[in-house]
Ligand binder design. Sequence first.
Ligand code: IPE
Ligand code: IPE
Ligand code: MG
Ligand code: MG
Ligand code: MG
Length: 311
Amino acid sequence: MSSSPDTFLTQLSAVASETEALIGHLLAAQSLDGERARPQRLLNAMRYASLNGGKRFRPFLVVASAALFNVPRQRALMAGAALECVHCYSLVHDDLPAMDDDDLRRGQPTAHKKFDEATAILAGDGLLTFAFDILARPETHPDAAVRVELVLALARAAGLGGMVGGQMLDLAAEGRFDGGKPKSFDEAGVATLQAMKTGALFRFACDAGAILGQANAAQRAALAQFGSVVGQAFQIADDLLDVESDAATLGKAAGKDAEAGKATLVGVLGMAKAKDRLHALVAQAEAALASFGASATVLKQAAHFVADRKS
Ligand code: IPE
Ligand code: IPE
Ligand code: MG
Ligand code: MG
Ligand code: MG
C-alpha cells in the first residue's frame, strides 16, 4: 500500500462513492423475498437520510481494516454499508425534536424537517433493521458463522450497552430526567458516555474488518484498541468543532452543546486540554497498529484526519 500523504483522502473518497452506490442499490424500489412492498414515502425518507453525502468514515474504517487481511472489497463494503445504515439512523433520531432538536444535517434539512417526525422515526427504524438484513446476506460473507459474529458485534455496539445506551446517558447529562437538574459527569463519566455513544460504532468498524478477515486474537485486540481510541478522538473533535466552527462549514448546527448542558470533555477539561487529549489519542491510535507495520499506514493517516478535520 502506498504511503503518500494523499493515500487516505483518495481511499476515503473511493469508499464514500462505492458506499453511496451500494446503499442506493440496496435501497431500490423493488421489494425482496419476504418483503410485501416498500412504501414509497418510507423508502424516500430512508434514502434521504442515507444518501446525502456523509463522510463515510466508518465504512472506510471497515474497508481499510479488512484490507489488512486481504478480504474481498465487496464484502467489506457490505459490512460498511450496514454500519453506515446504523450511523445514519442514529443521526436521524439524534436530530429529532425530542433529542437534540436540530434542523440541519449534512447541509440539508434534517429528516423530520424534510418529511415529518413520524416518518423520520420510521426511517430510522427502517435503517437500523436494514443493517442486519445486509449483514445476514451471503454476499457479506459466505460463512454463516462469520455473518452471525458480525450481527452480534453490531447489535452489541449499537444497542443498550453501546450507542443507544450512550445516547441515553447524553440526554441524562442535560438534566432531563431529574426534575431539570443537570447530572454532573467527571472525566471518567464522560469517557464512558462517549465510548458508548460514538466509540462503540467506531470499534465495530475495526472489529468488522478483523471478523471478515478471520484475524487472530492479537490482531483483533489491536484493531479493537485502535477503533476505540479513534472513536474517542472523533467525538472530542466533534465537540471542539461545536465550539470553534460554524454551521456553514459543518453542515449542521454549531455552538449548541454548552447551552444544552451536554457532557463533553471540552466542558470538563476546557479547550486547551481537550486538544492535548485529542493529539495524545492520535498517537495512541498509531501505536495500537504498530504490529501491522506499513500495511496499516492508511489507517494511521485516518487517525490524523480525525483530529485535523474541519467538518
Ligand atoms: C456525526 O458523525 C456524529 C458523531 C458521532 C459525532 P460524522 O461526523 O461521521 O457525520 P457524517 O456521517 O460525516 O455526516
Ligand atoms: C452524536 O453525538 C452521537 C450519535 C450517536 C448520533 P452528537 O449529538 O454530538 O452528534 P452531532 O453533533 O449532532 O452530529
Ligand atoms: Mg446528540
Ligand atoms: Mg446531535
Ligand atoms: Mg456534536
